[in-house]
Write a protein that binds this ligand. Sequence first.
Ligand SMILES: Cc1ncc(COP(=O)(O)O)c(C=O)c1O
Length: 304
Amino acid sequence: MALPEVDYIWMDGKLVPWADAKVHVLTHALHYGTGVFEGIRCYATADGPAVFRLTEHMQRFDRSARMLFMDLGYTVEQMVDAVKETIRENKLPACYIRPIAFRGYGFMGVDPITSPVQVAIAVWPWEAYLGEEALVKGVDVGISSWRQRSINATPPGIKSSASYLNSGFAKIEANRHGYAEGIMLNEAGHVCEGTGENLFVVRDGVISTPPVFDGILEGITRDSVMVIADNLDYPVIEESLVRTDLYTADEIFMTGTAAEVVPVRSVDGHVIGDAGPVTLELQKAYFEVVRGQNDDYKEWLEYL
Ligand SMILES: Cc1ncc(COP(=O)(O)O)c(C=O)c1O
């Protein structure tokens, strides 16, 4: 996907023109995957642009960085302010936000500790990640032949650049098989997540989703949807799921900042069907919340 370029990128403390936000070819992270990042969305609301759960995203960013012994050099509050400044200066009413921290140019070798830490924030207008039609009609997905990265290898709980090599394998395979998304199982055969989304199953009115210990990213959309579902009086449980739970589900949907709330129409050719009533209700509620149309969730919106 070609990026819709905007004016500025925040890089190491200052805004630079989009075209000047460059790194050296010997950047450590380019060779060894030593980067951590976030994906956040800013929505247009009646009160102006609002970033959804910005502080929680920057807290996760900070946690990811600390896991790699990376000192960002900025507090969570400073990063929150930098995100707001970047959106303001690019004059965007709504956008996707990509903060990244990585080991830069300076030293080579596997040990990243001596390489300098660089931090950047890019923003750009980004429509629905899996397409507008997917939000309405749902997507066809396949179980990947690739296993989810292990919690004791490249931990899925950290949003690291290295982690997405695994997602990339599964995404390439899914696309080549004609699926919109690949679902990864862990080595025990438990369902984990899509390559960029968490996953939910609805059966007999009960909503379930894989637990963190099965090896998933603790998605902020996942958490938001669980809170919304609970407030709508749906039973929501975290439980290990296997592939047959997907084939026999009443409804399946995926959640993510980029993908938002996307119904799943089929898994490996097993037809789940058009978006079900629970999925549609949660999707509608989610969009109302992020667009500032539900006062009960105002604290999740951070205005510029
Ligand atoms: C592998 C993976 N799982 C889950 C998610 C959903 O996380 P969030 O809702 O915080 O965007 C993402 C997206 O960032 C992801 O890349």
